[in-house]
Design a protein around this ligand. Sequence first.
Ligand SMILES: Cc1cc2nc3c(=O)[nH]c(=O)nc-3n(C[C@H](O)[C@H](O)[C@H](O)COP(=O)(O)O)c2cc1C
Length: 195
Amino acid sequence: MTTISADSPNAAALRTILHGRRAVRSYTSTAVDRETIDELIADAVSAPSAINRQPWAFAVFQGAALLDRFGREAAGHLEQLHAILTPEARARMAEPNAIFHGASTLVVICATSNDRQAAEDCCLAAENFMLAAHALGLGTCPIGSAREWLELPETRARLGLGALVPVFPIVVGYPAAVPPAPGRNAPVVLRPDVR
Ligand SMILES: Cc1cc2nc3c(=O)[nH]c(=O)nc-3n(C[C@H](O)[C@H](O)[C@H](O)COP(=O)(O)O)c2cc1C
């Protein structure tokens, strides 16, 4: 039987990983090899899923030029979609690497169905992926800003996603810079006195 101990080496190591992961927005040009991505996907799928349905698929795109093109398309789509973007946001979108931050690997975690809870399952897999990457010294960043572009029927067709539902895009790479922790609000914790 496992004894619960707050100061066990496992708990300390896990906390170091949990608290040390950052959304990395600057990458070196070194590519992450395919085997490493496959290992991270193996870690991702150890996540729990409702009724163990495992309703996820991982679309992997690699290559700096490819991601640069995707990024320009996604930024263009965002600009079109949100005609009321503030001038600052518009200027940000015009910057090179505004969407994918100069990473050369994009993994889009997709739901294999619209079943209830498939999206939650994909998000749990995403967190595993990001933590496992961080444990290897890699950086990741969730890219919610690419979702609207990824959801376009023409993008899905061109990227070979078929009927998959893009849920959680993540870039991964070797960090050129890791930002400081943005901090967290004190959690709201309720302990209602219900009898
Ligand atoms: C669902 C989701 C979507 C996000 N989308 C983006 C994004 O499009 N671009 C980006 O740079 N960061 C994105 N982030 C990263 C957050 O900005 C980041 O996690 C947050 O500021 C906290 O920073 P930390 O992850 O370093 O703790 C996203 C995070 C989540 C969870």
